[in-house]
Design a protein around this ligand. Structure first.
Ligand SMILES: *[C@@H]1O[C@H](CO)[C@@H](O)[C@H](O)[C@H]1NC(C)=O
Length: 346
């Protein structure tokens, strides 16, 4: 069939002509390389709305170190050493922030300079309740209040000891705390009547998780001090400053305040440890259930969402020069106790 060959030839010729004549039409199609070369075109072609220009998408959290090595001398006996358990750092990072360590006993000028580079602060758990440590917490707290008063949203998380120290500072009473028995205990959080969770940390908890907080032991307690709701309410300075959100019960059925928020500032106080569930493994009492991990994630998310509202826009290079990435943690939990990883500054 010689004719078949001719037709096939003609068909191919016409296909070739067709494709040649359609080349100009493809001018309307942009490859990624074209879009990159034309900024105005790429933004008009994009369907993703620009992020809110009022928020800070590179928030940095300052974490104040705590005296000594965090491992009862197993890692260092240097008296001027201080530490941050890595769980607090991972906690802030998991919320979408970077971390700058604020070393409590470094020269004040240096500490204050670092404070200018952050968008919020965590006061960690521990035992130091007096001297330079208390003074440093108070100095940072007052600066945080000033920055909030001046219009910068500057959140604080006071966790366990951190909450206790803020309570001591606000009440101006070093003996305001009472003894409790809540060492290494998983517990619930019971919301007080009419708890105002709007705009509080619990706003970032999914509704089903809020309900679980009062029925499942998914928060970690590890303290032998605390304050009762009656004592807090009965102290004018404290009741003016803190609003109680939740209470919990210790091993002896004594009730203590477990979560508070400041009435005026973006300050949250925890008697419990939101960072432990996902990042500490040295105690059998720390809950690691799916809901317990969601507690850590929700609490981290709220801190960083608050820090994004900070109007502070520090110099990028100065931030990088001071980030925790400049330091290395030590694996202190290999023996199965204490903090798993800890950063030691000496
Ligand atoms: C710190 O001192 C204690 C008690 O003397 C000792 O057992 C421990 O090994 C020391 N730690 C270090 C890191 O040297």
């Amino acid at each position: 069939m010689p004719n078949g060959g001719v037709f096939r030839f003609l068909f191919l010729i016409s296909l070739f002509t067709l494709s040649l004549s359609s080349i100009p039409k493809y001018d309307n199609i942009f490859l990624p390389i074209h879009l990159h070369n034309d900024d105005s075109l790429s933004s008009s072609a994009s369907s993703c709305p620009a992020p809110n220009p009022n928020l800070n998408y590179k928030p940095v959290i300052g974490i104040l170190t705590h005296p000594r090595d965090g491992a009862s001398g197993r890692l260092s006996n240097a008296t001027d050493a201080s530490n941050i358990p890595a769980s607090y750092i991972k906690f802030a990072e998991s919320g979408g922030a970077r971390v700058i360590p604020l070393i409590y006993n470094e020269p004040t000028e240096k500490l204050l300079k670092k404070l200018d580079l952050v968008n919020g602060v965590i006061f960690v758990g521990g035992w130091a309740k007096q001297g330079l440590y208390l003074e440093t917490v108070e100095r940072i707290l007052k600066i945080a209040f000033q920055r909030n008063d001046a219009g910068e949203h500057f959140p604080i998380y006071g966790i366990s000891l951190g909450f206790e120290l803020i309570t001591i500072i606000i009440s101006e009473d070093n003996n305001i705390l009472d003894k409790y028995n809540a060492r290494n205990q998983a517990s619930t959080l019971q919301f007080v009547e009419n708890a105002d969770i709007e705009g509080s940390i619990f706003q970032s908890f999914p509704p089903d998780l809020i309900k679980k907080l009062s029925t499942e032991c998914i928060v970690t307690q590890n303290h032998h001090f605390g304050i009762s709701p009656e004592k807090l309410q009965g102290n004018e300075k404290l009741s003016n400053f803190w609003e109680i959100l939740t209470i919990s019960t210790d091993e002896n059925n004594q009730v203590y305040v477990s979560t508070v928020r400041s009435r005026k500032y973006p300050v949250t106080g925890f008697q419990w440890h939101p960072q432990k569930n996902a990042f500490e493994w040295g105690s059998a009492s720390i809950p690691h259930t799916e809901n317990a991990i969601r507690v850590t994630q929700s609490a981290a998310g709220f801190l960083v969402s608050e820090a994004r509202k900070s109007t502070n826009r520090p110099n990028d290079q100065e931030v990088r020069d001071n980030l925790i990435y400049n330091f290395k943690p030590t694996y202190g939990g290999k023996a199965g106790k204490g903090y798993d990883e800890v950063y030691i500054f000496e």
